[in-house]
Design a protein. Structure first.
Length: 125
């Protein structure tokens, strides 16, 4: 009868399980650390960069809004900014809706079109 009791498993002096309580939480702690470095930390870094970009906007910057509208900043407020999206067409948006700075084209489209027209008008030899 005593050998049957030993076959069921040994417990510590206080009757605690043999594995200990901390070893059960090690996989959970490890998963949290992995999620922190793969998901949480990069998202915080991206949000900080976006906030710095929004705070450093100035008049004349070409931007893209979160809705996909391209335009040039004409005036800035504390929480809003005015955006010229076409000749004499201005809209007012929240600063938080700015998605990115558009640094690709600093030359207006009209100038590029005029240069192409001049090249086509030249007589070919």
């Amino acid at each position: 009868m005593i050998s049957t009791a030993y076959a069921m498993g040994q417990t510590g002096a206080a009757g605690a399980p043999a594995g200990g309580g901390l070893t059960a939480f090690i996989p959970l702690i490890l998963m949290f650390v992995i999620f922190y470095f793969l998901l949480i930390r990069p998202q915080q870094k991206r949000a900080k960069e976006h906030q710095n970009m929004v705070n450093n906007l100035k008049k004349g910057d070409r931007i893209i809004t979160s809705g996909g509208i391209h335009g040039t900043i004409t005036s800035l407020g504390d929480t809003t900014l005015s955006l010229e999206i076409a000749e004499s067409i201005k809209i007012k948006i929240n600063r938080s809706n700015v998605a990115a700075l558009n640094q690709k084209s600093s030359t207006p489209q009209k100038t590029k079109d005029k240069e192409k027209t001049k090249e086509l008008d030249k007589p070919q030899e």
